[in-house]
Design a protein around this ligand. Structure first.
Ligand code: 4AD
Ligand code: MG
Length: 430
């Protein structure tokens, strides 16, 4: 029976054939252990000299790392194996013999591994992270579809800049100027006025000269936008969404979490509701913790976010930031003109901000005034202002950074490992 490693549990004590690669190998005079991988998982193949034809054992001994093969054998239950199974190999058909695979089983430096990212993806660890990433994407579609959201695709080539003008990738659009999208939000707002509740999911680009473990130049963002939803209700949807993701990873990625050595008790605690503190309260907390380098109106950096997060065992919303720190589209608080109805969601364990969101200004005159204050060209934003001209309604939305969320849930230190081919300050290859 032709099958995959993920499916072998259906064929215990039966003979199966699997198309696979050699991830690693050990052998002695009498036995060879083949670490097989096929993309769906990893399994150990055991080749016993006394039990197979001579040429099969000779091949098992000489086969090199990353060679491809069809392997036939009997599935055995094995308690010591992480997957619970082992393969007693009976036949091997070599497809392609690999020579001098650069990523040998020894330790390699990060730059070397990043230069070989196209091959590094084959490793157990990277495999586990990509599976978790894929699960989070799938659970995102499930979560929003079940709640009546429509998936809306926003453009990548744009003429406007939602998150400020300093981090834009500029390009030519024939004779016009264009920018790579920093965020699909403004288009999602138009979508919300047409479809009620929408979410976008796509690549976004920031020409940020930041070289930190949380910053990518190209990253993927999920941006829900909801008509008739005010700030507090948006926070409730955010915490349910994030709790849903944590649960989905726990439910479907046990093997991957084990492979990565993730402390799952930390993820089991991720249940709604999440704590909320205002920017002002966060500032007091930081002062208590001995940060005296920061005063009202300053943005929080990574050390500040980490210190605040340490105070809680769940993600925490920091709400009502100073207006001066946030983009033009955020709704000022009804009781205070100097703060906005926004929230950043800070992940536990030092993973930093995973969501930024807010209620949006829905008053035409106020929005126009804010655009002018931020020196944004009114003609480029005419269509966005139109949304406040024809049946404007209160609405809110948020953006969740996929890679930071994958890093947090999988327990991966640096976001560069959470996207197949990271674009970093000094890296456009491979
Ligand atoms: O806080 P940001 O900039 O918010 C927006 O773009 C809003 N327009 C979203 C919205 O309301 N629809 O980005 C949102 C999230 C951050 O919380 C973070 O998780 C992620 O996107 N993010 C990055 N991830 C990796 N690398 C970067 N350079 C990132 N910049 C933001
Ligand atoms: Mg932000």
């Amino acid at each position: 029976m032709k099958t995959t490693i993920a499916q072998v549990g259906r064929y215990v004590n039966e003979q199966v054939t699997i198309g696979a690669w050699i991830a690693n190998k050990r052998s002695s005079g009498k036995i060879a252990f083949l670490q097989l991988r096929d993309g769906t998982g990893f399994i150990q193949g055991v080749v016993v000299k006394a039990e197979v034809p001579e040429d099969v054992f000779a091949l098992a001994k000489s086969i090199t790392q990353e060679s491809s093969l069809y392997v036939t054998g009997t599935v055995r239950e094995d308690e010591r194996s992480p997957s619970g199974y082992e393969l007693s190999v009976e036949q091997i058909e070599l497809i392609h013999q690999a020579t001098d695979y650069p990523i040998t089983p020894k330790q390699h430096g990060t730059e070397f591994l990043m230069d070989h990212r196209h091959l590094w993806l084959r490793s157990k660890r990277q495999h586990a992270i990509m599976k978790i990433r894929s699960q989070i994407i799938r659970s995102t579609y499930d979560f929003f579809s079940e709640r009546g959201f429509t998936k809306l695709d926003s453009p990548i080539l744009t003429g406007s800049s939602p998150e400020g003008t300093s981090e834009l990738f500029h390009t030519k659009y024939f004779d016009e100027d264009a920018y790579l999208s920093q965020s699909g939000q403004l288009y999602a707002e138009a979508g919300a006025m047409a479809l009620g509740r929408v979410f976008t999911f796509g690549p976004t680009f920031r020409a940020e000269k930041s070289k930190t473990r949380r910053h990518l130049i190209e990253f993927w963002m999920i941006e829900p936008e909801m008509a008739f939803v005010e700030h507090e209700e948006s926070l409730e949807i955010q915490e349910q969404y994030v709790a849903h993701l944590a649960k989905a990873v726990l439910d479907h990625c046990q093997l991957e979490l084990k492979q990565l050595g993730r402390d799952v008790t930390k993820l089991e605690a991720i249940k709604a509701p999440f704590p909320r503190i205002t920017y002002d309260e966060a500032l007091d907390l930081l002062k208590e913790k001995g940060f005296d380098d920061i005063s009202w109106g300053d943005d929080f950096g990574s050390p500040h976010e980490t210190a605040i997060a340490e105070h809680f065992d769940k993600p925490v919303f920091i709400t009502r930031y100073p207006r001066s720190l946030k983009p033009f589209y955020m709704q000022p608080a009804p009781d205070r003109d100097d703060v906005v109805l926004c929230a950043d969601l800070i992940a536990p364990e030092g993973y930093g901000e995973i969501i930024g969101g807010s209620e949006r200004i829905h008053d035409y005159d106020l929005l126009k005034q804010e655009l002018e204050k931020h020196n944004l060209p009114l003609d480029a934003y005419g269509w966005y202002l139109d949304l406040r001209k024809y049946g404007s309604v209160p609405h809110s939305g948020f953006g969740l950074g996929l890679e930071r969320t994958v890093a947090w849930l999988s327990g991966t230190e640096h976001v560069r490992e959470t996207i197949p081919f990271p674009r970093l300050l000094n890296r456009l290859y491979p």
